[in-house]
Design a protein around this ligand. Structure first.
Ligand SMILES: Cc1ncc(COP(=O)(O)O)c(C=O)c1O
Length: 372
């Protein structure tokens, strides 16, 4: 079976750099929030076209930290898609607030602005909940419809989080999500387009005050003085080793995004006539965390690809609002028919910055054979 994500080619390319930086960090002994962490934060802010970047322990904490900074509480509503990884919704009840699930666009799989507007209106008129925050997800690596979503947020006085766990590096009309969102959250989980060798996360933003609060919250709520606490916080810091690894990977990330886009183009050309291939929003550039197609007989399709040595994955088989722990939370008026239909049809194919050549041709011919 070929790899679903080839991390070995990147590892070989960066081997000398990674070995040098890892040895240096281990020898220096500043294992948590060391100098490489500060350097990485500067680079992430530049890369993401933001003024401030702060690293944290993972992409889930990256979502929790702004909700903590904005003091979300019981009675507050946070609008989230259901066609996403658990973290997007999970952080909301953890704060005592209520997630309100919103449907997606059938082609981009990202939050549908019309469903969002309807969900906000319903919440305001039919519930006692107070709309506070929208979390849009850059699903599979492509930017959500930020112009439309941020306009709704501005009109309603809501904060906007770009959950770019899968999408850091994506752009819309040349701008990163930070141009629209109050804060962009990132995951460095190993399988992400910019991944480290363990857990890691970050937030980027324009607002200095929010950055100050999150800097304190990620380190137990500590203030200026050591062991003097100004608020209740978390232990959510990035290890220096992971920062060193990410600095090396960030240097080649732009090139890898180009490689991912070339691979996505080759897939579309290879089988776009026989299966539904992904649509990227007009003016958008995806980082292709996943390459996700739609097929009718998904289990049959997966079995045929497995026989041909091609691994596949399902993101996501069960929408969050249909899962037991979330079943009591509200959904947008009219329900989430697009989300529920997509969950039955989607299947993701191998994708990374080094796809191409024989490996990709093998995937293309296996797809064509499977649907013939
Ligand atoms: C959309 C989305 N949000 C949040 C996260 C959470 O990131 P982490 O696994 O680093 O906590 C993920 C990770 O899979 C994700 O895909």
């Amino acid at each position: 079976m070929m790899p679903f994500i080839d991390l070995a080619t990147q590892r070989a390319r960066l081997q000398d750099k990674l070995d040098t930086i890892i040895s240096k960090i281990v020898a220096e002994g500043r294992y948590v929030l060391g100098p490489e962490v500060t350097e990485l934060e500067q680079r992430l802010a530049e890369f993401g076209q933001a003024d401030h970047a702060l690293t944290c322990a993972n992409g889930t904490d990256a979502l929790a930290l702004p909700l903590m900074a904005w003091e979300l509480q019981k009675g507050d509503a946070v609008f989230v898609p259901s066609f996403t990884f658990a973290s997007t919704a999970e952080v909301v009840p953890l704060q005592g607030a209520t997630p309100v699930f919103v449907d997606i666009d059938p082609d981009t799989y990202c939050m549908c602005p019309k469903s969002l507007a309807a969900a906000i209106e319903w919440t305001k008129t039919q519930t006692d909940l107070k709309p506070r925050v929208v979390i849009a997800v850059d699903l599979f690596g492509q930017p959500a419809d930020y112009p439309a979503i941020s306009e709704i947020c501005k009109a309603e006085g809501l904060k906007l989080i770009a959950d770019s766990a899968q999408g850091f590096g994506c752009t819309l009309n040349g701008k990163h999500p930070a141009a629209w969102a109050d804060i962009t959250t990132i995951s460095f989980y190993p399988a992400k387009p910019l991944g480290c060798y363990g857990d890691g996360g970050a937030v980027v933003m324009r607002d200095a005050e929010l950055a100050g609060l999150i800097r304190s919250l990620r380190n137990h709520g500590e203030g200026e003085a050591r062991y003097a606490y100004e608020r209740i916080g978390l232990n959510s810091r990035l290890d220096t080793l992971q920062a060193g690894i990410l600095l090396a990977k960030l240097e080649i990330f732009e090139e890898e995004i180009v490689g991912r886009n070339a691979a996505a183009d080759a897939y579309a050309e290879g089988f776009g006539d026989v299966v539904k291939t992904p649509t990227v929003i007009d003016g958008g550039v995806s980082v292709w965390a996943q390459y996700t197609i739609e097929v009718d007989d998904r289990e049959g399709f997966r079995a045929k690809l497995a026989e041909a040595g091609v691994p596949t994955a399902i993101y996501y088989p069960i929408p969050i609002h249909l899962q037991a722990p979330y079943a009591g939370f509200p959904v947008a008026p009219g329900g989430l028919p697009v989300t529920e239909a997509a969950a039955h049809r989607v299947v993701s194919l191998p994708m990374d910055g080094y796809l191409g050549g024989e490996r990709q041709q093998a995937v293309i011919s296996a797809v064509r054979t499977a649907v013939a």
